[in-house]
Design a protein around this ligand. Sequence first.
Ligand code: G3P
Ligand code: MG
Length: 243
Amino acid sequence: MQTQHPIIIGHRGAAGEAPENTLASFALALEQGAEGIELDVHLTKDGEIVVCHDPSVDRTTNGSGLIMNQSWGDLKALDAGLWFSEAYTGERIPLLREVFELVPRGLLINVEVKHAYEGRMEKALLAFLRESGRLEDVVISSFDHKVIQRLKQQEPEAKVGLLYAANLINHAAYAKQLGVDVHSLHPYHHGIEHEDVAAATSAGLATYPYTVNEIADYKRLITFGVTGIITDYPARLKALLKA
Ligand code: G3P
Ligand code: MG
């Protein structure tokens, strides 16, 4: 029987209730009881790491164009809250550094790398994480598993996780195949079964399925014994775990 509760990981903060990947969204997730947050990163023209899901700012701000073609000076002038609700007018695209300042030490920060930017993201991210002294709190994940492999080769202290949607024949064996020590599996939540989670746990891998928002899905994954659940609604999961 499963007795250990999974930790609550706020997806892009509390993306169901606040504009995703803003400081307001991360603050709300923490307020609601999240023990970790997930965020997405891109690199600006002048080499700053910013928190945004899409490669362009079109969907989530009042600006347009690719992040890689704009400097931090340009991007910080954009409104990243208004598209979601007037109540969030004035929210900005945050720097990764600003999110780290907001999140207390000891909580999990899952940094999802969206693009390699020809290796420049790996360099910038590792430099930032080493300087932050918070490698212990951070899990770096990506759908690009070669990025994950290179990050771990460059920084053995980094915790790395594999993001994927396929229901693999053997999830734990796939992780072993990378030839570097993988910390966690981040599967699409319908793409992993009870025995896969058990095998991953036996192999020393944490499991953080994404993005789970329905009560029935929370319950199924709790029964599976996953390590954490990535959700847009931290308060909803918190209420279930309390009950
Ligand atoms: O990291 C889990 C999840 O965020 C992956 O998908 O598109 O929401 O970044 P996406
Ligand atoms: Mg993500």
